[in-house]
Ligand binder design. Structure first.
Ligand SMILES: Nc1ncnc2c1ncn2[C@@H]1O[C@H](COP(=O)(O)OP(=O)(O)OP(=O)(O)O)[C@@H](O)[C@H]1O
Ligand SMILES: [Mg+2]
Length: 223
């Protein structure tokens, strides 16, 4: 059973009376522990598709099943998103007024009460990226690459079924990109973490189990 199954996904943006078709009847199935990469020219709909798969955009046609849950029959999509999905963006979105540890715990603070927050898990995860000494630092007191790795760990903290990443290496140099990719592979191997990554970065192909190429609203190639 795939961890994610999207069928007949179509998306049309409407702007100033004009219809802009972006995705045309796509089918995607993702297995647990798979790293799926979405590639394609700028404007081909990678981010649009990622937002749909991540339940951030509900204005589409088609069906979406995540972890055996059919989202068209689900009332509380927000709580499903919090439980089952993690997100990594090009810019890390760490909150500057909270420490690294607090930033990691924010998803938990939203879903549960503060006393249930697994500080040990967070510290364990920071150890994984070699930042265990930095728990009490603020985001502006660590490097850009380190911040981006904290963002990966933060996306993991609620043990999501799937992590969706849009250009996760977009603002990183080669060295930090490599560290980021190594971390993703580590999480895949250790926790069978599933990733769906939209990117232009060819080096991400090295860690991909499968690559889908988007063009003109269709998947034109699969490797
Ligand atoms: N809110 C919107 N309203 C209207 N059109 C939009 C909107 N968002 C995106 N589009 C259009 O939809 C198409 C797909 O955009 P999308 O951001 O998904 O592409 P992308 O593949 O992620 O591109 P990039 O590689 O540049 O990030 C583009 O033509 C874009 O102009
Ligand atoms: Mg994009």
């Amino acid at each position: 059973m795939p961890i994610l199954e999207a069928q007949n996904i179509s998306k049309i943006y409407h702007k100033a009376g004009e219809a802009i078709p972006v995705l045309n009847n796509l089918h995607i199935a993702v297995e647990r522990g798979e790293i799926l990469v979405l590639m394609g020219p700028s404007g081909s709909g990678k981010s649009t598709l990622l937002n749909i798969l991540g339940t951030l955009d509900s204005d589409f046609s088609g069906s979406l099943i995540i972890d055996e849950l059919d989202l068209s029959n689900t009332v509380d999509i927000t709580s499903i998103r919090r439980q089952k999905l993690g997100f990594i963006f090009q810019f890390h979105h760490l909150l500057p007024e909270f420490t690294i540890l607090e930033n990691l715990l924010i998803p938990q603070m939203i879903t549960e009460n503060y006393s249930n927050v697994p500080q040990n898990v967070a510290k364990e995860m920071l150890k994984l990226i070699g930042l265990e000494e930095r728990v009490n630092h603020y985001p502006n007191e660590i490097s850009g690459g380190e911040r981006q790795r904290v963002a990966v760990v933060r996306a993991m903290i609620n043990a999501p079924s799937i992590i969706l990443a849009d250009e996760p290496t977009g603002n990183l140099d080669r060295d930090n990109s490599q560290k980021m990719l190594k971390l993703m592979v580590k999480l895949k191997v250790k926790y069978k973490q599933t990733f769906i990554i939209a990117t232009h970065d060819q080096s991400i192909l090295d860690i991909a189990d499968r690559v889908l190429y988007l063009k003109d609203g269709k998947i034109t190639k699969e490797i």
